[in-house]
Design a protein around this ligand. Structure first.
Ligand code: ADP
Ligand SMILES: Cc1cn([C@H]2C[C@H](O)[C@@H](COP(=O)(O)O)O2)c(=O)[nH]c1=O
Length: 216
């Protein structure tokens, strides 16, 4: 029985690393997969992890029919044993339906990886459709942490270290950007609600208002 699996987690929780590991373990046993990605930080047609590993992938551009692509590979004499999709939050809902068809009609396992919610805590359309259709939704074992030490559950977008709540849903970026660039920071829900990033929390702790009063 084949499955559509959605591995979801915050940014920086090891999703791309796991995608690469799943692909590696299968190819080490002679299996062949199709790897899709969309808007990876490393560039078009790349699946990259912060651990430094990167592999070639098919860019799942807007309008690419993922089911038709896999069928075309098989029709051309290629072998497909499984499908991996990274940055799956960026897929259109139709493309997720096409992946479900790959599972049901071609009887292939499809492993998808992505963040569920955007910087405003709203579901990405692709992630919403995955949660609706997936046979299994799996959380990553290596949890990312908020600056306070709690488990990070949400993704904040930052400019100069300050959390912003206006802007386009999709802005490709990373968690370790220079302060003057648009960046991201993972936070627990409490600190996402309070818009308290590590930079603003650090600044507040240094503020004279909250410094302990010393006698004399
Ligand atoms: N220098 C490092 N040493 C060990 N682990 C690292 C290092 N840099 C990044 N990582 C690990 O890589 C994870 C991010 O991996 P990645 O697959 O790129 O995440 P995601 O795809 O979820 O954004 C981090 O959570 C951390 O566990
Ligand atoms: C929260 C949020 C993120 N993004 C972008 C930023 C990155 O390019 C990817 C997530 O990649 P990762 O491998 O999980 O780190 O998504 C975005 O476009 N909009 C957002 O709201």
């Amino acid at each position: 029985m084949s499955d559509l699996v959605f591995f979801s987690g915050t940014m920086d929780s090891g999703k791309s690393t796991l995608a690469l590991q799943i692909g590696h373990n299968r190819s080490a046993r002679g299996l062949q997969g199709v790897i899709f990605t969309r808007d990876d930080r490393a560039g078009e047609g790349k699946l990259s992890s912060r651990l430094g590993l990167v592999t070639e992938a098919v860019e799942a551009k807007e309008g690419l029919d993922l089911y038709a692509y896999v069928v075309a590979v098989i029709t051309a004499g290629g072998r497909v044993d499984y499908v991996i999709v990274d940055e799956a939050q960026f897929l259109a809902p139709d493309q997720v339906d096409q992946l479900a068809r790959v599972v049901d009609d071609l009887e292939l396992d499809v492993y998808t990886f992505g963040i569920t919610t955007d910087f405003r805590t709203r579901l990405f359309p692709g992630s919403q459709r995955l949660m609706e259709l997936a046979d299994r939704v799996e959380s990553l074992q290596v949890e990312a942490l908020c600056w306070c030490g709690a488990r990070a559950t949400h993704n904040a977008r930052t400019v100069n270290g300050v959390m912003v709540v206006e802007g386009a849903q999709v802005v490709v970026g990373d968690v370790d950007r220079a302060v003057d660039e648009i960046g991201y920071e993972v936070l627990c829900r409490r600190h996402h609600r309070k818009r308290a990033t590590s930079a603003t929390a650090h600044a507040a702790s240094l503020s004279p208002d909250v410094l302990p009063v010393t006698p004399g």
